[in-house]
Design a protein around this ligand. Structure first.
Ligand code: SF4
Length: 428
């Protein structure tokens, strides 16, 4: 198959020592994942068992509700629940019965744990089992935690998908499973590329509807589309499936290498691979080049947030000419991001976890051209004259595969362009 344009660097970052920090961290909680998961799973409902704070977070993160009927809600734990003066399980059963009788379209119900439900040790796994027995076979009830005590915002999706894996049907079939909740339009592009390569059958986790849930077994190979799905991968491995190792499909190079790894697994010949990928690769390169004019030679500093940081640093340094100063990630799972680390040229500090004051000091000392960070840090840093990009946009915007490569680069170019436009205005 065709060689890559840029070769693996003489020394990548797989063996770079990781700076591990365990201090104050500034990240959204795992409930945030409900915002993109409820759009993906069309007959699912996410019932957060939490406080008014959790309800407010969801409402403000979701913005305008786009569906006639909401697909998420919050069962509010009141003071008497928190003080142990009421039987929260009984109340939850009543709440769920009311919801399901009103909404026969719901086929999967997720009970989502929060900080308050964890603090009072409400056993949602037991509740999910009990409620499945009551409402099966029409509705399956599962549970996972989105609590901010334990999870960063992309871990919510990981916990949700991992909770689904034990309930997937067993299969002996040899199939490819795509794993990760991509926007439908992006998922369709990926499925179309795989179909053109002659790879079939292909299933997706999470499926858009409960009756499309993929089977799993020893003949299933799966490819992650997101680097934050470590628990899901472990759950699939426990069911006998095997993961295809590859860089993540961001940018032209990442997408080509991801597709190539899948193509090799399914014995696709080099000629077919080149024929199918040639045109979209050229389009992706052209689109990335347009943004690269702004990004080339600029430095970037990642605060730990989405867990997309390593593949994105690989994309921005290799395809857009940026220089990574620090690549911080909440967790560094080398078994998942190893292929990206191999391609990331040595140089940046790799940091895992956060001690926010120390990291802010490092960022201020380095004065990078662009900082990728959470919403809470962006405004103060902008006030200090630094340019920032909100990490959360990277999970709300379609950024995977060839047709989105230009948009991905443009997401990083935009704040830099805005900054130079403001400078020009100020100089006039
Ligand atoms: S789960 Fe915890 S961190 Fe998240 S909104 Fe609720 S209280 Fe806040």
């Amino acid at each position: 198959m065709t060689e890559q344009r840029a070769l693996t660097p003489a020394k990548g970052c797989r063996d770079t020592p990781v700076l591990k920090e365990r201090g104050q961290r500034e990240v959204f909680c795992g409930l945030t994942g409900i915002i993109w998961l409820h759009r993906k799973m069309q007959d699912a409902f996410f019932l957060v068992v939490g406080s008014r704070t959790c309800a407010h977070l969801l409402q403000s993160a979701a913005g305008v509700m786009i569906f006639a009927e909401p697909r998420f809600g919050t069962a509010i734990l009141e003071e008497k629940d928190l003080a142990g003066m009421a039987d929260a399980h009984e109340e939850l059963d009543r709440e769920v019965a009311r919801l399901l009788s009103r909404r026969p379209d719901i086929r999967q119900l997720f009970l989502v744990g929060s900080c308050p439900s964890e603090v009072i040790k409400l056993d949602l796994a037991r509740a999910a089992e009990r409620l499945t027995q009551i409402h099966a076979p029409h509705v399956r009830v599962l549970n996972y935690s989105g609590s901010g005590i334990e999870t960063t915002f992309t871990e919510g999706e990981d916990a949700c998908l991992a909770a689904m894996v034990p309930a997937l049907p067993e299969t002996e079939a040899r199939e490819l499973m795509l794993v990760g909740a991509l926007p439908d339009v992006v998922e369709d592009q990926a499925l179309s590329l795989l179909a053109d390569l002659g790879i079939a059958p292909v299933t997706v986790l999470p499926a858009r509807r409960a009756d499309g849930a993929p089977g799993v077994g020893a003949n299933i190979v799966y490819a992650l589309t997101q680097p934050f799905l470590g628990e899901t991968a472990a759950a699939l491995d426990r069911r006998g499936a095997r993961r295809i190792e590859a860089p993540f499909p961001f940018g032209e190079e990442g997408t080509t290498l991801w597709l190539r790894a899948v193509a090799q697994e399914f014995g696709v010949d080099a000629e077919t691979f080149d024929r199918v990928t040639q045109a979209p690769r050229a389009r992706a390169r052209k689109a990335v080049a347009a943004a690269t004019e702004t990004l080339n030679g600029k430095s970037i500093f990642f605060f730990p947030d989405s867990q997309l940081e390593i593949p994105l640093a690989r994309f921005l340094t290799r395809e857009c000419g940026m220089e990574a100063i620090e690549v911080g990630s909440p967790f560094i799972h080398k078994h998942l991001t190893g292929p990206d680390l191999d391609l990331l040229p040595e140089g940046p500090v790799l940091s895992e976890g956060q001690d926010v004051d120390l990291q802010l000091d490092r960022a201020r000392a380095a004065r990078p051209d662009l900082i990728v960070c959470g919403l809470g840090l962006a405004n103060p840093l902008e006030a200090e004259g630094l340019t920032t990009k909100w990490a959360i946009e990277l999970v709300f915007t379609p950024v995977h595969f060839y047709e989105q490569a230009g948009d991905l680069a443009a997401l990083f170019a935009r704040p830099l362009r805005r900054k130079s436009a403001l400078k020009l205005e100020a100089a006039e």
